[in-house]
Design a protein. Sequence first.
Length: 276
Amino acid sequence: MSLIIELTCLSILISLLAGFSSTYTSISRSGFLVVTISHAILASLAVLFYIAYIFNIYVTPILTWTIMLITALPVCAFVSHVRLFSERDLILSIIFALMLSIAALFMAILPGFMISRMWSFLTGSILLVSPMDMTFIFIICLICSTLYTLFYREFLLVSYDYEYALATSIPAGAINYLLSILISISTLACVYVLGLFVTYAVMLIPGAVLVNARVRPSLSIFLNILIIFITLMISIMLAFKYNIPPSGLCGVMISILAGLAIFLKFLMKRFKKTQT
């Protein structure tokens, strides 16, 4: 029973982080930030585990979280600055390829017993999260959710029209950077718990579908949190029953729901055309 309660609490925390971030990511068109941060984290962890293997260092959860934060924040600052350049896509593609190549290189030379630890950051390890990890995730969720709520209007203004925000009295540059930091830290937590692949699903798909459906941002955030939480809980229950990975199942469910939503929107458009 205690394990179920812990997993429920963890699902709530991850749902809050991903639900807020998914909406703002879609509105501000910052999907590139999620992808770049995810692969930067993967590359840094691959290097960390290789160094730990060479020098016989035990990789503690605190060390893992510290390395991920040290990696995510500078990359976030650089990417947030690069987004204003016309060569943004080219620069981000280079960063993406470099980080992925570094991760692949060091994962290839890691010994077999350490590959499983790296693999957990690709596919997720929601059932193996420790109490210390829960504490870190709770702190991250508390900080991010509070800031997302306090600066709700400012984040929306910067996300919808950055140039207009610059012309107003708000510090648009600082607000934009703060939003990027919150998205990056949320991505970090999701990668740690759900894995790299499923992070794309929970951070990008729900928000994109709801924003594309012209759902107002506040409702979109609520629906994102609800959808991610329900899919996570169903995935965990099915994982216990059928011995399958819950993170991957969560990603599949979210992708299917998104596909159904898009198909339903298409049918509604066709129906309206036939009526006119």
